[in-house]
Design a protein around this ligand. Structure first.
Ligand code: 5GP
Ligand code: ZN
Length: 131
């Protein structure tokens, strides 16, 4: 059983932010910023490449209100919602989860850079992606 499944089963304690039949939200043990929360489906799946549509719909349906509540109650100015898919993308726990990371300012302990790599031919990229 993966570590998040153990948390969902109550075998490992967690600070629960939100819970319903399908979804559990807990404080991340390592708070990148104050209020950093993880949203997980109760049904195990590895990542977004593995999740079924119904499970994903349940996650999507709670993300906006939960984010609003966290941002408003922490008096944050905004938040990042991140989900890493696969080790190459930084995923360390192989149970799908979404980070809600409240943002307070530019000196928050999180750096996200969107740097352009080499120029791409967008028509060629489009063909590849559409398959
Ligand atoms: P990832 O790197 O896979 O996107 O994120 C995994 C997250 O899970 C990390 O931010 C890490 O701090 C958090 N985490 C790992 N183990 C535990 C745990 O036992 N309890 C809680 N609450 N968070 C955990
Ligand atoms: Zn799991």
């Amino acid at each position: 059983m993966c570590i998040f499944c153990k948390i969902i089963a109550g075998e490992i304690p967690s600070a629960k932010v939100y819970e319903d039949e399908y979804v559990l939200a807990i404080l991340d043990i390592s708070q990148v910023t104050y209020g950093h929360t993880l949203v997980l489906p109760k049904k195990h799946c590895t990542d977004i490449l593995d999740v079924d549509q119904e499970t994903m719909m349940h996650i999507a349906s709670i993300l906006p209100n939960l984010s609003k509540k966290i941002v408003s109650n922490t008096k944050a100015l905004g938040c990042n919602i991140l989900s890493n898919q696969g080790e190459v993308a930084g995923q360390t726990v192989n149970h799908l989860h979404f980070h809600i990371i409240p943002r307070y300012g530019s000196d928050d302990s999180i750096v996200i850079n969107f740097n352009e790599s080499k120029k791409q031919d967008l028509d060629e990229v489009l063909k590849t992606i559409k398959g």
